[in-house]
Ligand binder design. Structure first.
Ligand code: GLC
Length: 744
């Protein structure tokens, strides 16, 4: 008994002693806001100012006096960027920062699988922690409004609901490792051309129904700790300090309690930065990609210029303290967490995640005569053609460029897999596109030089194609300027480097031609009817060759679905049909006004309104097996405003091999006071089935799924009346229809 009392007393003493020496702000058992208050009370004015702007290219200051570490950010959405010098974009020359490149986010979106998104975020968070990073500058969720946008490969497609369902688990996975997400680029950064000077003019319905939902989901479902303001303007304010987007919508309406980070060089004015929502200023003195004054950190808008305004009495510390509180909250979620996971890099789990996400994101667009999968029992010789079969794609494209531990290119992945079964694999270049093999000081080590003429290259490919059982052409874009790259929009919808001529020539001599398009955007496919199979291969990263081989040889059954419409031609896209891309330059001002005249009619919403016929529809994707949807049943035929309704639909795998199907639910408001799209995606579920197996898929929706944004009342409205649920496996394949009524 006596021993117990003594040990209790000792324990109690230890706790009291710990509490006495450990300041409240470091006590993780204390309420967060109390810790913030305690820390605020200890900071000097200079310390407060020092933590709301950068101190180097990718870091901002902590408070060494109080044991608060430096805060480290890093690009990017697909992997942890190699370290650069303190105040340079150039490489630091580290030898321990080669990472795993995960698939580009368009590929993740094409999986239509929130579990994959969470797994993605978690693996990236582990790599970031191991590299000592506290914030990943990503994911990007800008909506694909035009296939010209250079950065669509970094984003999650054209539909706000799909992007919303994937960004939240990605953010949660990432932040589960103690690494902040910084969801970007908020908002309306839908093309790269004139990205610093474009003032977007868009109606409130399109803003709230199309362009903001994924950011709102990142904040309200994902609980993102960071949001990155975009370079462009909205209502003539730069979005890194914008009263409408940051103060009113993000912080007041959505309740965002995190930190608004500027894009690099996105801040342009001290008083606007003070008053319009910026909390953490990065990259000033650069336009995000070029140089500025050296060591200009004290001259940042939220540095000495801000201090001078306070000293002159123009400002108190009210606005400053609001920014500081947010930054301290960020610290307590990251650098001040004692037991953050240590992370890991280049692990087998990360490569497995990259490969499986890639496999699930690959979209089988066309497969005439079951050209795919390649059956190695009957196929004896395969010819691989195209520069994209050998070109590393993890280097390039802008700030998401990476230095990888390895990248399996398509030819290597496919060759090793086929030769394992005794198939002879040959290669022909087919065309020469871009032989640059470095970006921002990272080199691929490849030498892609080839001085043969186009005619010679095509002749070689055609002669070899005559002898092959199957020809697989790898083409597309390549993350070079104007070919899916930050800061450079595309300038034509067609494939570059005369790839169409190569494909046409191959199609003439071999009917079993498979075209694998590697890109982050749709491209023109005039040869579509003359090739057997078409696969959308995305930028898959380190495991590109393995993932593509898995699908092409049939080790994996493709289940990807397009996250954006694949237009037949550019004028089938609202942004181009109405002619407002890329906007109009003001007379005597370096500002471009870009009016989103198509409003809410983006992607398949435009297809339905303009009655265009896309090459491939949003949500389209084939499988090596077949599926049958049975008769759907609804849990009710009438629902009140607060009710939900569940649609149950049987799905059967009617083929000979296991596979996954994505059941998609679109809602059509049969009669509404305001014009609405014919249908909108409001639910989906991916289901894996063995041959012959049937599963009952349940999709539940509530009033949110029925609502539109009433720009007169500035609120979401679910208008009583009749609705129809359209259920199927693609936006142009919705055989199951159920009507229901929303009452008052
Ligand atoms: C770039 C990009 C942004 C990136 C940042 C840091 O300009 O717009 O996405 O995170 O600068 O590289």
């Amino acid at each position: 008994m006596k021993r117990t009392v003594i040990s209790f007393a000792v324990a109690l003493l230890a706790i009291v002693a710990y509490a006495a020496v450990t300041p409240l702000y470091l006590d993780e058992s204390a309420p967060l806001e109390q810790r913030i208050n305690d820390l605020m009370s200890r900071l000097t004015l200079d310390e407060k100012l020092s933590i709301i702007h950068a101190q180097s290219k990718f870091s901002s200051a902590g408070v060494p006096r109080l044991g608060i570490p430096t805060f480290w950010t890093s690009d990017g959405p697909h992997g942890v960027r190699p370290d650069v010098l303190w105040d340079e974009w150039e490489q630091a020359g580290a030898t321990n920062d080669s990472c795993v490149a995960f698939p580009a986010l368009t590929c993740l979106a094409a999986t239509w699988n929130p579990d994959m998104a969470r797994r993605y975020g978690l693996a990236l968070g582990e790599e970031a922690r191991y590299r000592g990073k506290d914030m990943i500058l990503g994911p990007g969720v800008n909506i694909c409004r035009t296939p010209f946008n250079g950065r669509n490969f970094e984003y999650m497609g054209e539909d706000p609901y799909l992007a919303s369902q994937l960004v939240a688990p990605y953010v949660q996975g990432l932040q589960s490792q103690g690494v902040a997400a910084c969801v970007k680029h908020y908002a309306l950064n839908n093309n790269e051309l004139f990205r610093h000077t474009t003032n977007v003019i868009v109606d409130d319905r399109a803003l709230h129904e199309i362009y903001l939902p994924a950011f709102k989901a990142a904040v309200q479902q994902g609980h993102a700790w960071g949001i990155m303001g975009s370079y462009n303007l909205y209502k003539n304010y730069h979005n890194c300090h914008n009263p409408y987007l940051l103060n009113n919508i993000l912080k007041r309406d959505w309740g965002f309690d995190g930190v608004v980070v500027s894009d690099w060089g996105g801040a342009h004015d001290t008083e606007q930065s003070i008053n319009y929502g910026l909390d953490l200023e990065f990259g000033t003195w650069t336009d995000g990609l070029s140089e500025g004054a050296k060591n200009a950190y004290d001259d940042y808008y939220l540095a000495l210029p801000y201090k001078r305004l306070i000293e002159k009495g123009k400002y108190g510390t009210k606005e400053l303290d609001e920014k500081v509180r947010r930054v301290l909250r960020l610290f307590m979620r990251t650098t001040l967490r004692d037991h953050r996971p240590r992370g890991s890099m280049c692990s087998a789990e990360h490569y497995a995640a990259a490969r499986e996400i890639g496999c699930e994101g690959i979209v089988l667009l066309q497969n005439k005569g079951e050209a795919l999968p390649i059956n190695t029992a009957t196929v004896k010789r395969v010819l691989v053609v195209g520069e994209n079969a050998i070109k590393m794609m993890t280097v390039g494209g802008g700030s998401s460029s990476l230095k990888v531990q390895r990248e399996i290119v398509p030819l290597d992945g496919l060759k090793s897999r086929l030769e394992r079964d005794g198939v002879i694999v040959d290669y022909a270049r087919g065309y020469v596109g871009d032989t640059i093999s470095s970006y921002n000081g990272v080199t691929t080590g490849q030498n892609l030089e080839d001085n043969r003429t186009s005619a010679q290259l095509i002749e070689e490919a055609v002669n070899k194609a005559r002898e092959a059982d199957v020809v697989v052409f790898f083409g597309g874009l390549n993350k070079r300027h104007h070919q899916d790259a930050e800061e450079y929009d595309r300038e034509s919808y067609g494939l570059p480097y005369a790839q169409d001529a190569v494909i046409e020539a191959l199609a003439k001599v071999n009917k079993r031609l498979v075209v694998v398009n590697i890109s982050g955007n749709a491209v023109a496919m005039p040869w579509r009817d003359r090739v057997a199979a078409i696969v959308q291969g995305w930028y898959i990263g380190s495991e590109t060759g393995h993932a593509l081989a898995d699908v092409l040889v049939g080790d994996a059954n493709p289940s990807g679905k397009l996250p954006y419409t694949w237009p037949e031609k550019l004028t089938d896209v609202g942004a181009h049909a109405l002619g407002d891309y890329p906007g109009t330059k003001r007379d005597n001002e370096d500002i471009w006004d870009e009016e989103y005249r198509e409003g809410i009619y983006v992607g398949y919403r435009w297809v339905d309104k303009a009655k265009t016929k896309p090459a491939f529809a949003f949500g389209h994707g084939l499988s090596y097996t077949t599926f049958k949807l049975g008769k759907p049943v609804a849990s009710a035929t009438r629902i009140a405003q607060g009710d939900s309704i569940t649609f149950t639909i049987p799905v059967t795998n009617t083929g000979r091999r296991a596979g996954a199907e994505v059941v998609q639910l679109y809602i059509s408001d049969l009669k509404s006071s305001l014009e609405r799209p014919l249908k909108e995606l409001k639910g989906f579920q991916k289901v894996y089935l063995e041959p012959g197996q049937t599963a009952m898929v349940n999709i539940t929706i509530g009033r949110d799924a029925l609502s539109y944004y009433d720009d007169q009342r500035s609120e979401w409205v679910a208008e009583p009346g009749d609705f129809e649920a359209l259920i199927g496996t693609a936006s142009d394949n919705l055989p199951a229809r159920i009507k229901f009524t929303l009452t008052e």
